[in-house]
Design a protein. Structure first.
Length: 189
C-alpha cells in the first residue's frame, strides 16, 4: 500500500491543497453565509471521499485491509450528497453531520497509518491528521452552542492544518517514489 501511495503522491497533495484552500477561505471570510459553508463543505467532503474510494478500490487486490478507507470514502460522499440535497438544514444539523464525517475520516486516517507504519516513516503525519479530525469531531459535539461563526473558525483552522500536514505527507511520499524509481533504474542498468 505504501508503494501505491508513493506512486500516487499527487492525489495526497491535491487533497492537502483542497483542505488548505477550504480552510483559508473559511478563516479569512468568517462572515460568509451558511449556504456558502454548506457548498464548500459539500465539495470538500465529496472530493475527499472520491479520492479515498479510488485509492481503496485500486488497492483492493493487493491490500487485504482496504475496507476502512473505502468505508470512510463512501460515508464522505454520502454526507456530501445529503449536504447538497438539504441546503436549508439548521446549523446544528450541519454541525453534527460535520462531526460524524470528521470522526469517520479521523479513524480512517489512523487505521491507514497503522497499516503503513512498517513501510514508511511518515505515518506520524497521517496519525496526527487523524487525531485532529477526531478532536474536531469531539469539539463540535461537546460545544454546539458557541455559534456558527465559531464553527467556521474551528473548521477553517482545522482544514488549514490538515491541508499542511497532508502536503507534508505527499512530499515525503514523492521522495519515496523517486527513490524507488532510482533503484529500479539502477537495477535495470
Amino acid at each position: 500500500m505504501a508503494e501505491q501511495l508513493a506512486r500516487n503522491w499527487g492525489w495526497v497533495a491535491l487533497r492537502g491543497v483542497l483542505a488548505l484552500v477550504f480552510g483559508l477561505i473559511t478563516l479569512f471570510t468568517p462572515a460568509m453565509s451558511l449556504e456558502a459553508l454548506i457548498f464548500y463543505f459539500g465539495i470538500f467532503a465529496f472530493v475527499d471521499g472520491v479520492f479515498a474510494i479510488a485509492t481503496a478500490v485500486s488497492r483492493r487486490r493487493q491490500e487485504p485491509r482496504w475496507a476502512a478507507l473505502l468505508v470512510g470514502g463512501i460515508i464522505g460522499v454520502a454526507i456530501s450528497v445529503v449536504t447538497f440535497l438539504l441546503p436549508g438544514m439548521t446549523a446544528l444539523l450541519l454541525l453534527y453531520i460535520i462531526a460524524v464525517w470528521a470522526l469517520v475520516t479521523g479513524v480512517s486516517h489512523i487505521a491507514t497509518a497503522i497499516r503503513l507504519r512498517r513501510t514508511i516513516h511518515s505515518e506520524l503525519l497521517l496519525i496526527i491528521t487523524g487525531v485532529l479530525w477526531i478532536v474536531l469531531s469531539a469539539l463540535l459535539v461537546m460545544l454546539p452552542a458557541p455559534g456558527v461563526l465559531t464553527l467556521l473558525v474551528w473548521i477553517g483552522a482545522f482544514a488549514t492544518v490538515a491541508g499542511i500536514l497532508l502536503l507534508g505527507l505527499a512530499f515525503r511520499l514523492r521522495r519515496r517514489h523517486r527513490a524507488a524509481r532510482g533503484e529500479e533504474v539502477r537495477r535495470a542498468a
